[in-house]
Write a protein that binds this ligand. Structure first.
Ligand SMILES: Nc1ncnc2c1ncn2[C@@H]1O[C@H](COP(=O)(O)OP(=O)(O)OP(=O)(O)O)[C@@H](O)[C@H]1O
Length: 590
């Protein structure tokens, strides 16, 4: 497929989401036709009024014509308002469908994709671009379709009244339309640059806000403000350039219209003088010439929205065309439905797709169902990367990761998400009720079970202190800059354990919290870790060597390789082992 046909296909796939139902489309077509036809009937009434007035018609007769004109004007306005209402309702229905598809698609994309795009950029795509498209669809129906129909109607009528003036109007409309189409080609890329600069600014802003605590604590405020200044300035200049093009186009059309109206008026006056038409018909022709101006002006007004929408549709299409790099298995195999799951990594090698740099090599580890493994190693050694492979956020570039005897590349993704659970140190608390925060928006089990789980992880008193119990809306982690009903870092960790207990997985991957917690919370977390690992297979990325007292096996990772691997008690008993040396250096009792 060529890039051009590719672009057409992706645009079509976006527009298909916006297609209304048959009945709505019919209602819209009728109201657009009425909103266009009614104003076209007005000039003949004015012409009649002028001719009858010149011929000396009575006041009553003229008043009736004037009333007819008024009724027509009101009916035209009503039709236009109804079209506007219907068009925006249908556009929002369509764009909501599109937003849903986009959000679902984006959530299904790999971590590799999300690593390349900031959350702010995704928000701009799923919301900003979709809004631009919605606004354009409304404008397209009201101003573009209705405008083009009106132009066609005016030309046909003027042709039948006076073919010479009709011919002039046709040439004039074609020239203006051609000029605008050329101008649009000039304007679309500059509008696209404006929106891309906007997306970059919002992406930056989102990242800075999310990292507020680190930025403040490390005195990086000045740098952050400078980056924002650069992004805002790029946005300003991109918009300034596209605005300048828009203003230039508007000025150009004004001049073209003034010239066209003057010529049409001259032609009408000449035709009337030569006796070909009446004064009323000359007024009618003049009115029709004026009518041409409004749709063209609205068209050029919409050009900016059209550019934004076209650029938006292209980017939305690009996002929809984005495919997972993790291939779906041809015949998905479910992981064992119950009980702990065995885990084996056989000769695993891995490089992140973005930079292709080898971060893991020849990693071979195996855990029987119910066994637990502690991963230790310096920062950047590859522990998190191993965890990501076990969660199938990426596929290994060499070797295989098997869970419950099933190669994760062949495993049914639904059962992978159900049977393997991650407890990370970066716990996301959603601005939602406690219930939804525990079940992650899945249908909640019985409240008694939720309370029991919270009690078990040591959050019983916390729940009792909440104003609305399980219905209390949480807003964020304390100190994260997000307002909310006080969830401390420790409580957030405990909530993550409660989530894991509710999910009841067969394999748990845990990234131990490296942040300092008070001793009481730390004890509660340790107890929760113990209970969560009981009867389950577990991989624990430990930042404190003392946490490893509970695991069966230890793998010491260095530079992406397993440099030591064995049963914990064997390694502890061997004074020459790296692990034993690490324990003595850290002063941790064995
Ligand atoms: N998304 C990514 N894209 C590219 N490279 C990455 C990515 N994440 C990590 N890396 C690189 O992979 C290597 C291993 O990182 P990893 O996060 O697995 O180490 P770690 O042992 O978990 O470190 P830490 O203890 O600091 O969390 C590092 O060199 C890191 O820079």
């Amino acid at each position: 497929m060529t890039p051009a046909t590719d672009r057409v296909t992706t645009r079509r796939s976006v527009l298909l989401h916006l297609r209304p139902g048959r009945r709505s489309a019919l209602a819209l077509a009728v109201s657009v036709a009425a909103a266009t036809a009614l104003p076209l009937l007005a000039p003949p009434i004015t012409a009649r009024f002028v001719d009858d007035a010149i011929a000396g018609a009575g006041t009553r007769h003229l008043a009736l014509i004037a009333l007819g004109y008024l009724a027509l004007a009101v009916a035209g306005q009503v039709a236009r308002m109804f079209t506007g209402w219907l068009a925006s309702r249908l556009a929002w229905d369509g764009t909501n469908r599109l937003r849903e598809t986009l959000a679902e698609h984006a959530l299904g994309l790999d971590m590799a994709y999300h690593g390349r795009h900031t959350p702010g950029e995704m928000i701009e795509r799923v919301d900003g671009d979709v809004v631009a498209v919605a606004e354009f669809v409304v404008a397209f129906l009201l101003d573009v379709v209705a405008g083009v129909l009106l132009l066609a109607g005016v030309t046909v009528i003027v042709f039948t009244v006076d073919p010479r003036i009709g011919g002039f109007l046709l040439v004039y409309c074609v020239l203006i339309g051609f000029g605008m189409a050329r101008a649009q080609r000039l304007a679309v890329p500059s509008a696209a640059r404006g929106r891309a600069a906007g997306a970059a600014l919002f992406g930056d802003l989102e990242e800075r806000l999310a990292g507020m605590e680190d930025i403040r604590a490390n005195g990086a405020g000045e740098h952050a403000v400078h980056r924002l200044y650069q992004a805002s300035s790029a946005w300003y200049w991109a918009n300034y350039r596209s605005g300048r093009i828009g203003v230039g186009l508007l000025a150009g059309t004004w001049v073209a219209f003034a010239a066209g109206t003057a010529i049409a008026l001259g032609l009408a006056a000449w035709a009337q003088r030569s006796g070909a038409i009446t004064v009323g018909t000359a007024v009618l022709l003049f009115q029709y010439t004026l009518m041409v101006r409004a749709p063209f002006e609205r068209l050029i007004d919409q050009l900016r929205q059209y550019q934004a929408a076209l650029a938006g549709i292209t980017r939305i299409g690009g996002l929809l065309a984005e495919r997972r790099t993790l291939p779906a298995p041809a015949v998905p195999r479910p992981l064992p439905d119950t009980g702990p799951l065995g885990l084996s990594l056989d000769g695993v090698g891995f490089a992140y797709p973005d930079d292709g740099e080898q971060v893991l090599s020849h990693v071979t580890i195996s855990l029987a169902p119910g066994e637990t493994l502690g991963l230790v190693g310096r920062t950047g050694s590859g522990k998190t990367s191993i965890a990501r492979l076990v969660l199938r956020l990426y596929d290994p570039t060499e070797g295989a990761v098997r869970v419950g005897g099933v190669d994760l590349r062949d495993a049914d993704p639904v059962s992978v998400r159900r049977r393997i659970c991650a407890v990370t140190q970066d716990v996301q608390i959603f601005a939602a009720g406690v219930r939804d925060n525990l079940t992650l928006f899945r249908p909640p089990p019985d409240d008694r079970l939720l309370r029991a789980v919270l009690e078990d992880v040591g959050l019983g008193d916390w729940l009792a202190a909440l104003p609305d119990g399980l219905d209390t809306v949480l807003g964020g982690v304390a100190g994260s800059g997000v307002s909310g009903s006080g969830v401390s870092a420790g409580e957030a960790q405990l909530l993550a354990f409660a989530r894991a207990f509710l999910a009841d997985p067969g394999l748990v991957v845990m990234d131990e919290a490296s942040s300092r917690l008070d001793p009481a919370t730390e004890r509660r977390i340790e107890q929760s870790v113990d209970r969560l690992l009981t009867g389950r297979t577990g991989v624990l990325i430990a930042h404190r060597l003392s946490s490893l007292s509970r695991v069966d096996k230890i793998a010491v990772i260095d530079g992406g390789r397993v440099v030591e691997y064995g049963r914990r008690e064997d390694l502890v008993a061997d004074p020459g082992s790296r692990f034993a040396r690490m324990l003595s250096m850290a002063g941790v009792s064995r």
